[in-house]
Structures are given as structure tokens and as C-alpha cells.
Write a protein that binds this ligand. Structure first.
Ligand code: NAD
Length: 268
């Protein structure tokens, strides 16, 4: 470890269980000397194992539904009290589609479900940014990261309305990134991560085929949740202070590969 986050304070959303990308990130941030508050939706507190993670990393947990502005205000206020000052890093690692959960095809979207999924997966990022911005809660040269997927740019039919949510999420990083950069010298980016075997990932129909295909298409192989944690730490660190308003592909080269030898062999 390199002490990259020594003295830095943060908020980490979305650690549900030990497979979660946010869980791995919390462990890695802890190892790099960062202190943070863990948060998740109140319902996830009952299902998840977040307490174990809190004990392991010496962190406190503050429940917050990321779609609820009062919850977010409480989270930000209390986090600054607990951590003893303004925030240096925030991870938004949140996703959920009701249409996906209910196996409703994209062409038959139920729009109440679409709106709910959009609020949780995309708009919540704007809400988090707005509460941080209005409270002037971020330190200069702080860093805010959300997690995305390449279905924002290219069609993966079974990713369903999450593709639209990710496109919106990435746009928020650019738009809020402008204001956060100008006014507060804070970075806002999304990481576009390889398919990863987590609760949210495995909810996507045909996930096993999906992840195996991506593995064969990526010159470096799929990026794991652990790899994603490492990359996120680099974006929280002072080594990437001028990286902002970007969607950063973290996928072993998948996004720039037309075809791989392994895939050609399958069809020859
Ligand atoms: N797993 C993959 O294949 C993959 C690939 C690319 C990007 N991502 C993204 O990574 C992020 C993290 O997902 P993961 O794969 O670690 O799965 P995960 O299921 O472990 O995490 C998703 C989290 O979202 C939380 N959440 C849902 N509704 C919420 C709400 N209203 N308020 C607060 N939190 C809420 C859940 O409780 C859970 O902790 C998501 O944005 C996901 O879309 C995942």
C-alpha cells in the first residue's frame, strides 16, 4: 500500500455484501489510509452484511435512500461531524432497475418502473452532487466517482433500461463536473466497469454468457471488482487532480476491441 488517501475523508454508497464493488473499494480505501462513512438504503441494512465491513474498517454507517433529499442532507451533515471536516471523496455505487427485476423486456417497459429505476440509478447521482454542492461539503481537489457500464454507448439488449440510466448518469458527471470544477475545484467522473459478478450484475438476464464473452473479447481480460477498487483509489488520490468530466473505461480493453482471436475461432 502507498498511503495514497492518508488524511482524506469520504462517503461510500452501495456496499451490500463482499462481492459489491463498493465493498472492495471501502477495504482498499481503508488500506490506503482513508476514513469514511458507509451508507446504503435502509432496506439494504437489513439484508446486507454492511456491519461487518464497518467493523473491519472502523467506519460508521448512516442509512440513506439515495433518492431522498432529506436522507442525503442528514448523511452529509452527519458525515462531516463524524469525520471531523469536509469531504475529499465520494463513491456512488448504486444501481437498480425494476423492469429488469421483473423480467419486463425493454420494448414493453412499465414507465412507473422506468421512473423508479432512473431515480435510483441515475438521478440519485445528481441529488448526491447537489447536496454536496449546496452544503459546500467538498474540499478543494476532492473527487466524486460513480460507476457506469458500456451499454451507455453500445447496445446490450438484456441490459434493458439500465442502458438509458447509465447514459444519463454519465451526462450528469459531465454537467455537474463543470460546475464543481469551476466553483469548488472538485473532480466528477464515471468509471465504466467490466461485467462483474455482484448482486446487481447477476440480476441482468444472460449474465454468465455476457461476462464470459467480455472476458474473451478483452485483451487484458475483464476488470474485477478488486481492480475497480484500485482504479477508484487512484481517482480519489492527488495523482489524478486534473481528470474530470470523463467517462473512464475500465474493462481490460473491451471497449476498443472489434473482435478477438478467441471469438473468431468460435465462429470458424
Ligand atoms: N456488476 C456489474 O456487472 C457492473 C458493471 C458496470 C457497472 N456496475 C455498477 O456498479 C455499481 C455497483 O453495483 P454492484 O455491481 O457492486 O452491485 P451491488 O448489488 O453490490 O450494489 C448495488 C447497490 O445499490 C444499492 N441501492 C439500491 N437502491 C438504493 C437506494 N435507493 N439508495 C441507496 N442505495 C441503493 C444497493 O443496496 C446495493 O448496495 C452500480 O452502479 C452498477 O450499475 C456494475
Amino acid at each position: 500500500m502507498y498511503n495514497l488517501l492518508k488524511g482524506k475523508r469520504g462517503i461510500i454508497f452501495g456496499a451490500l455484501d463482499e462481492n459489491s464493488i463498493a465493498w472492495k473499494t471501502a477495504e482498499r480505501v481503508h488500506a490506503e489510509g482513508g476514513k469514511f462513512v458507509l451508507t446504503n438504503a435502509p432496506i439494504a441494512m437489513r439484508m446486507g452484511q454492511i456491519k461487518q465491513l464497518a467493523e473491519k474498517t472502523g467506519s460508521e454507517i448512516i442509512p440513506a435512500d439515495a433518492t431522498n433529499m432529506d436522507d442525503l442532507q442528514n448523511l452529509v451533515t452527519k458525515s462531516m461531524e463524524i469525520l471531523g471536516g469536509k469531504i475529499d471523496f465520494v463513491l456512488h455505487s448504486i444501481g437498480m432497475s425494476v423492469n429488469v427485476r421483473k423480467n419486463i423486456p425493454y420494448t414493453e417497459s412499465n414507465y412507473d418502473f422506468t421512473e423508479k429505476g432512473w431515480d435510483v440509478s441515475a438521478l440519485s447521482f445528481h441529488k448526491v452532487c447537489q447536496v454536496l454542492y449546496k452544503n459546500d461539503a467538498m474540499n478543494e481537489w476532492g473527487s466524486i466517482v460513480a460507476l457506469s457500464y458500456m451499454a451507455a454507448q453500445r447496445t446490450f439488449p438484456d441490459y434493458n433500461d439500465m442502458a438509458d440510466n447509465k447514459a444519463y448518469l454519465e451526462s450528469i458527471a459531465r454537467s455537474f463536473g463543470y460546475f464543481f470544477g469551476k466553483e469548488k475545484k472538485v473532480r466528477v467522473n464515471t468509471i465504466s466497469q467490466s461485467p462483474t459478478p455482484t448482486t446487481a450484475g447477476q440480476g441482468v438476464k444472460g449474465f454468465d454468457g455476457f461476462i464470459a464473452y467480455a472476458e474473451k473479447m478483452s485483451p487484458l481480460g475483464n476488470a474485477t471488482a478488486q481492480d475497480c477498487a484500485d482504479y477508484t483509489v487512484s481517482l480519489f488520490s492527488d495523482l489524478t487532480r486534473k481528470v474530470t468530466m470523463q467517462n473512464l473505461f475500465h474493462d481490460g480493453g473491451f471497449s476498443n476491441t472489434g473482435v478477438s482471436q478467441e471469438v473468431i475461432e468460435k465462429f470458424s
